[in-house]
Design a protein around this ligand. Structure first.
Ligand code: NDP
Length: 524
C-alpha cells in the first residue's frame, strides 16, 4: 500500500523569465569580435565537413562570426575553391534542420589551399596566401589554426607554423594567432607532455586551445552556474550531506566506423581522459573568486591534484573494465566488439569502465565518485547524480519505519537537459504516508532563442580568445598523471584478459558493475 502511495510524483518548475531580459546577441558573444581568418588543417576530412563548417555557418546565421571573416581549408587533397565549397554544402545539406538561406553569402568567404603537412615551402606559400586574403578582407592578420587532422600530425603542423612565422603575434602589424588542438591530447602522460613541449616551441600557452567539446555543452556549463549562483546548494555540497556522486556517460552505439582509433584508445583514453575528468572537476571544484578562465581552470586542476591515486591494489577494488559482446539493441541483434570490422578477434580493449575515485580534500574526504562510461549500453544518457545522505533521525519511525528515501539531485546532460530534485512530502489523506516528489526544471523551458551547439561555442570562444572551456597544460598533465598508472596496469598486467568483464550489448554493463550501476541508473 505504501509502495502504491509512494509512486513518484513530478512537479514542474516554471522557469520565470528574468525581469530584465538580456538581449540574445549579448548572450551569444561577449563583445565585438576581431576580424579573423580561420584556417582548418585536414579540411578534406570528416570533422571539417560534419562539425566544424556547419558550426561556423550556424554561428554566421546567429551573428556569431566576426565581420569580416575568412575560412581557409588546408589539406593534401587537390581541390579548387569551388569544389571545396560544393563538398561542404553537400555535407551541410545532409544535416538535420539544414537552412541554406544564407549559405551562398557565407560560402563566398570559403577558400581552399592545398598543403603538404611536412613541407616548409607549403607553409611559406600558405603564409603568403593568408597575407593576400588579409589585404583583401582586412582581417588584420588575426588567425585561428584548427588542427582537424589525425593526432600524429599535430607536432609537425605546429612546428611548421612556427617556422613559417605564422605563430607570431603582435609584431609588424600582425594580429593574434591561436592554435586549436582536437582530442586526443597524447595517449599517456609522456606523449602528452612531448606534444605540449612541441606546441610551446612555437606557441605561448595563451595561444593554445585544447578542445573538449563536452565542456561547451550548455548543461555542462550550467553546472557552475547552478552551484555558485545559488546560495542554497553550496553549503550542503560536501561530505557532511552528500553520500556519493555518480557521473555517467553511456552510449547505445558501438564502435561504428572508428575501430581503427578505438583499438588504440579504448574507453579510458576516449572518455575518461577528457570528458569524465572535466565533469568531475566541475562537480567537485571549489568556487573561484571570479568567473574568469585562469581562475576557473586553476580550481579544476586542484581537483585533479587531489585525486587519490588508483594504482596497485586500489585498482582491484575500484576499477571495473568491460567489453561488449553481442546482444539486442532496439530489437535488433548486434555484433560484439571483437566481431566489429577492423577489430582484432582477441582484442583486450575495454569498451566499458567504471571507477570509484576519491577526491582527497577537506570537502570530499570519503565521498565516492562513481565514474562510468561505456559503449553499447542500454540507453544513451549523460548525467550527474548527487545522492544526499538520509535524515540523521527518523521521527516517523513509528509509522513509516526508518526507511525514508534520501534526497537526490540529478543534473541531466543528455538526452534530458534538465535538473531534478527528489524529496519527500506527505501523501494527502488521513494516514501518515510519504511520497517522493520531483521538482523538475527543463533547461530549454521558457527560452526560444538561439542556443549554441558545442562546436559553435568552442569556435566562438577561440575567436574571442576565451580559454575558459579549454584544457590548460596543467590540467592535461595532472589528469594524465592520474590515469597513466591505471592504463599501464590495465595494459601490462598478466591477468589482463581476466580483468575484462564481458557484457551483453543493450545491457547496463558487466555483472560485476551492477552493484554500483544501480546507485546511478535507477529507472531501469
Ligand atoms: P580524418 O581521418 O577524416 O582526417 C582528416 C584529414 O586529415 C583527412 O581528410 C586527410 O586529409 C588528413 N589525413 C588523414 N590521415 C592522414 C595521414 N595518415 N597522414 C596525413 N594526413 C592524413 O579525421 P577527422 O576529420 O575524423 O578528425 C580530425 C581530428 O579530430 C582527429 O584528431 C580526431 O581524433 C578528432 N576528432 C574527430 C571527431 C569526429 O567526429 N570526426 C570527433 C572528435 C575529435 P588530406 O589527405 O587531404 O590531407
Amino acid at each position: 500500500m505504501i509502495d502504491e502511495l509512494n509512486q513518484d510524483q513530478t512537479t514542474r518548475v516554471q522557469a520565470k523569465a528574468p525581469s530584465m531580459d538580456i538581449p540574445v546577441e549579448e548572450c551569444v558573444t561577449i563583445g565585438p569580435l576581431d576580424p579573423c581568418t580561420i584556417v582548418i588543417f585536414g579540411a578534406s576530412g570528416d570533422l571539417t565537413a560534419r562539425k566544424l563548417v556547419p558550426a561556423l555557418y550556424n554561428l554566421y546565421l546567429h551573428g556569431g562570426l566576426p565581420k569580416p571573416f575568412v575560412i581557409v581549408g588546408a589539406s593534401r587533397t587537390s581541390m579548387s575553391h569551388e569544389e571545396f565549397r560544393e563538398r561542404l554544402k553537400a555535407s551541410y545539406e545532409a544535416t538535420e534542420k539544414a537552412d541554406l538561406a544564407r549559405w551562398e553569402e557565407f560560402a563566398a568567404n570559403l577558400y581552399y589551399q592545398p598543403v603538404d603537412y611536412d613541407s616548409l615551402d607549403s607553409y611559406v606559400g600558405l603564409a603568403g596566401y593568408l597575407r593576400e586574403l588579409d589585404e583583401k578582407y582586412h582581417t588584420g592578420g588575426n588567425r585561428v589554426f584548427d588542427l582537424a587532422v589525425p593526432p600524429s600530425l599535430y607536432p609537425v603542423i605546429a612546428e611548421m607554423l612556427g617556422k613559417a612565422g605564422l605563430a607570431q603575434e603582435g609584431e609588424n602589424g600582425k594580429g593574434w594567432s591561436r592554435i586549436v588542438v582536437e582530442k586526443p591530447f597524447g595517449r599517456d602522460l609522456k606523449s602528452a607532455m612531448e606534444l605540449d613541449q612541441t606546441l610551446h616551441r612555437s606557441f605561448g600557452e595563451h595561444q593554445i586551445f585544447r578542445i573538449d567539446h563536452y565542456l561547451a555543452k550548455e548543461t555542462v556549463q550550467n553546472i557552475l552556474m547552478f552551484r555558485f549562483a545559488n546560495a542554497i546548494f553550496e553549503p550542503i555540497w560536501n561530505r557532511s550531506y552528500i553520500a556519493y556522486v555518480g557521473i555517467i556517460a553511456a552510449e547505445k552505439l558501438g564502435v561504428e566506423n572508428r575501430a581503427g582509433y578505438y583499438e588504440q584508445a579504448g574507453v579510458i583514453r576516449d572518455m575518461f581522459q577528457n570528458h569524465m575528468m572535466q565533469v568531475l572537476a566541475l562537480t567537485a571544484m571549489e568556487p573561484p573568486s571570479l568567473f574568469e578562465a585562469e581562475r576557473v581552470r586553476e580550481e579544476k586542476t586542484k581537483v585533479f591534484r587531489s585525486l587519490k591515486p588508483l594504482d596497485g591494489a586500489e585498482q582491484i577494488d575500484n576499477l571495473i573494465l568491460g567489453q561488449y559482446g553481442s546482444g539486442m539493441v532496439d530489437g535488433a541483434e548486434v555484433a560484439g566488439y571483437r566481431q566489429e570490422p577492423k577489430v582484432s578477434s582477441s582484442s583486450l580493449i575495454p569498451t566499458f569502465a567504471m571507477m570509484r575515485v576519491f577526491v582527497d580534500n577537506w570537502r570530499w574526504r570519503g565521498v565516492p565518485f562513481y565514474l562510468v562510461s561505456g559503449k553499447r549500453l542500454a540507453r544513451k544518457i549523460t548525467r550527474i547524480v548527487v545522492q544526499f545522505k538520509r535524515v540523521p533521525h527518523s521521527m516517523f519511525r513509528n509509522v513509516l519505519g526508518e526507511d525514508i528515501l534520501a534526497n537526490r539531485l540529478v543534473l541531466g546532460i543528455y538526452p534530458e537537459e534538465r535538473i531534478t530534485l527528489t524529496f519527500q512530502t506527505k501523501y494527502p489523506g488521513a494516514r501518515t504516508c510519504l511520497r517522493p516528489v520531483t521538482l523538475d526544471f527543463s533547461y530549454d523551458q521558457n527560452y526560444s532563442g538561439p542556443t549554441l551547439a558545442a562546436y559553435e561555442k568552442v569556435l566562438l570562444d577561440c575567436i574571442q580568445g576565451d580559454q575558459m572551456l579549454f584544457w590548460s597544460n596543467n590540467g592535461v598533465r595532472l589528469s594524465w598523471s592520474f590515469l597513466t598508472p591505471i592504463l599501464q596496469e590495465c595494459e601490462t598486467c598478466g591477468d589482463r584478459g581476466a580483468r575484462l568483464h564481458p557484457y551483453d550489448s543493450g545491457s547496463w554493463g558487466p555483472e560485476a558493475a551492477q552493484k554500483w550501476m544501480q546507485l546511478i541508473v535507477d529507472e531501469e
